[in-house]
Ligand binder design. Sequence first.
Ligand code: ADP
Ligand code: MG
Length: 573
Amino acid sequence: MRELLPYLKLYKKHWFGLSLGMLLGFATLAASIGLLTISGWFLSAAAVAGLSVAKETFNFMLPSGFVRGFAMGRTAGRWGERVVSHNATFKLLTDLRIFFFQKLTPLIPGRISNLRDADILNRVVADIDSMDHVYLRLISPVVVGTLGIASITVLVCWFDERLGLILGGILLAILLTWPVIFYKLGQRNGQELTQNRADFRITMLDWLEGFSELTLFGAEARYRTAINEAQDKLINNQRINAHIAGLAQALLMLANGWTMVLMLWLSADGVGGQPPSPLIALIVFATMASVELLMPIAGAFQYLSQTLSSARRLNDVILAEPDVVFPNQSAPHSGEFSLDFDNVTFRYNADERKAVNQVSLSIPAQHKVAIVGQTGSGKSTLMQLLSRYWDTQDGEIRIAGTPLKQWAESDLRAAISVVSQRVDILNGSLRDNLILAKPQASDDELQRILINVGLEKLLDAPGLDGWVGDGGRQLSGGEKRRIGIARAILHDGPILLLDEPTEGLDKQTEKNILALFQQHFAGKTVVFITHRLVDLDHMDSICLIEEGEVVEHGSHTELMAQGGRYFQLNQTL
Ligand code: ADP
Ligand code: MG
């Protein structure tokens, strides 16, 4: 149960709505029980009165008034309770999702990269949804049930103490045993259900995302079968759930029936020591109505283990410590955005070789340096260290003279513009895809930049409103890269990191893109990562990396004159 603590804390903020919901729930219940009890008594009392002299004096008006009142109260109460408690739970879920997101984002891209997208999605959607069970299915019914049992006991005790205590005792015993029995019965199935629901979504998303690839390889049917299997398991879990819920209700009805028989037998000789009277009907109907108290509790506890396993899955995320923690405020730094790597060493996993090994490199402000090296030599890692995706295990990186760890995240992001190796296009309009780099940019500015990067074709109707990415216009590799460049121009940080911006493009496009850089990035500190040795003579310096180590560093002419590795690589091209 400790798993639920972080979520119960969120309840505090909504205590008013949640308590009001329970109060209305209780009022509705009281009206229901009152209705059944009074009508039971009223019918028999009226019948008895009709047969005796009391028919002249019997007050029909008052009890009928109560019956009407309770009937209306029950309807209004139920409506009010639903509105209030659902409103409160939806607000609670909203908070919970925001809370989860706030915990999730600092974990990206570190540890959480082990989780699959579909799995995270499932946690955000389904597991958080399960958390409303805690209130709607567990807390609220138990609180309302306990209050209800207390009141019905007091009510019956008022007529006959012995009967009241017996009824209260039986109801309390049911309230205490049913949850335990049905929690145990539903435990394994609930855990499996949470797992199978996640598996189902994961296989489903795999299939959806890879549909065209799967079809081409003839593997689509196999993946579809996997979905069906996952679905069958989930349906089976749900069937067991339904069986258990049915069993809980049936046993409750049975217990209620036998209690009624018992109460009838006990009260048959008269209630409260008086001769038999219509009060017998009141007692029996009160017993019958008491099942309403327990109905919501009967099957609810089989969901407890489901909720607990969802809470555990959420806790994996919310209790995790982020790998990288940013300070709230940056330490002062100079206005000159130089970059320094000081003996930087990094490995992704303790047992792997070092992706970056003792790199020392100084890049003065406004210098343009090319980092070259073969695929897998650690170039992208170096750039990610600079953007603080991960922290170095050894050594230090400084930007503008200030250690990277003393930069607040917002300042760091503002200082660095990145064109990453894989430009992600979000599902949204072309405008959405651009303004993420500069939210306040005007349409005019966006259009001008699109023309600058050679994407004027995209400005034809529907223009900036056109949908790109999934479900919209698909962009070619070169176009995506240009969008990435447009974003970097918009973002306009004093430091620019380019990770193989021309990889996979044809010669002409590559030339155009390189020309764009010349034009837009004057006056910035530029780190240009590439494995293609094209057009490097106009960079201020070139740094050659092999297996995570700096092998050579100098200007193009110097390195060519040296006749070392860089020279050799140039020769082999
Ligand atoms: P480059 O950009 O020069 O091609 P990378 O910096 O991407 O090379 O990779 C350097 C090394 O680190 C490679 O051996 C690669 O397999 C490994 N690597 C890269 N990213 C990860 C990661 N997220 N987890 C584990 N290893 C990684
Ligand atoms: Mg790379």
